[in-house]
Write a protein that binds this ligand. Structure first.
Ligand code: SF4
Ligand code: SF4
Length: 253
């Protein structure tokens, strides 16, 4: 699976039309910490385990003998063999941070603020106050990658809107059309758009959320507010020429 491939030559102006004949997008993939991990099942040493308390899948570096069966067994290609140590390694979901109630580092560092980490309930116990339950189970705007593999991956993606759905549906399953429709309508959907505004707003895991008018709050389990952001960010347009200091703030005043 390529992550940087463009499907063809982009014609002039094509980027402004829907859907594109040629398209390109990044899919930032980490280990899915699958409910039924193929890596774990394929290890003859029993070196891979899934933590019952948080579902994180780890390679026991002390047990691993570098047979690399897990590299083959993960259809998402998320286990790597370290030739220096002779063991297999993978994403650890930044478990020391999770244990402290903090989101993993790649979630916090993401300058595009596209990630939100937390704990998902099973569909029968979906709670609209839980931001992940709301996105995945209730609004169904975030979908699993290649659900047909049957491993029940636990990373969910809002599918790209400019890519032909014949392609994205084989990646994210049959819910793509509805997810794209819901996402494209987010500007008219204050609950969904405000929740998206909580992405990248805090380092803490926020198991609860609530919109109050033009504000949205992320809270801890006890309902204590952790972060609050406006529904719409204020926009300030500074004049190119600053009369007070008699300077131009852009290269092209
Ligand atoms: S994505 Fe691959 S490495 Fe990660 S838990 Fe699933 S099968 Fe294992
Ligand atoms: S930063 Fe943490 S969660 Fe992200 S890929 Fe690395 S180990 Fe996994």
């Amino acid at each position: 699976m390529g992550e940087d491939d463009c499907s063809g030559q982009v014609d002039g102006g094509a980027s402004f039309s829907m859907e594109h004949m040629a398209w390109f997008y990044y899919l930032a993939r980490i280990c899915n910490h699958c409910t039924y991990p193929g890596c774990l099942a394929s290890c003859p040493r029993g070196s891979i385990y899934k933590r019952p308390e948080d579902g994180i899948v780890l390679v026991d570096q002390g047990r691993c003998r570098g047979y690399q069966e897990c590299v083959k067994g993960c259809p998402y290609k998320k286990v790597f063999f370290n030739m220096m140590t002779g063991t297999s390694e993978k994403c650890i979901a930044c478990y020391p941070k999770i244990e402290m109630g903090i989101q993993p580092q790649c979630f916090v560092n993401c300058i595009g603020k596209i990630r939100l980490a937390g704990f998902l309930s099973t569909p029968d116990k979906a709670n609209p106050d839980n931001p992940l339950d709301y996105l995945v189970h209730i609004r169904k705007v975030a979908l699993p990658l290649f659900p047909q593999f049957g491993l029940e991956p636990n990373v969910y993606y809002i599918p790209p809107v400019h890519v032909p759905q014949a392609f994205t549906s084989q990646m994210f399953g049959p819910g793509v059309a509805e997810a794209v429709k819901t996402y494209r309508n987010a500007p008219n959907d204050p609950d969904l758009s405000s929740l998206l505004g909580l992405f990248g707003s805090t380092e803490m895991i926020i198991p609860r959320w609530k919109r109050q008018g033009d504000w949205v709050a992320g809270m801890d389990e006890k309902g204590k507010e952790v972060v609050r952001v406006p529904l719409r960010e204020p926009i300030l347009i500074r004049p190119a020429y600053d009369k007070l200091y008699q300077i131009s703030r852009t290269n092209c005043p």
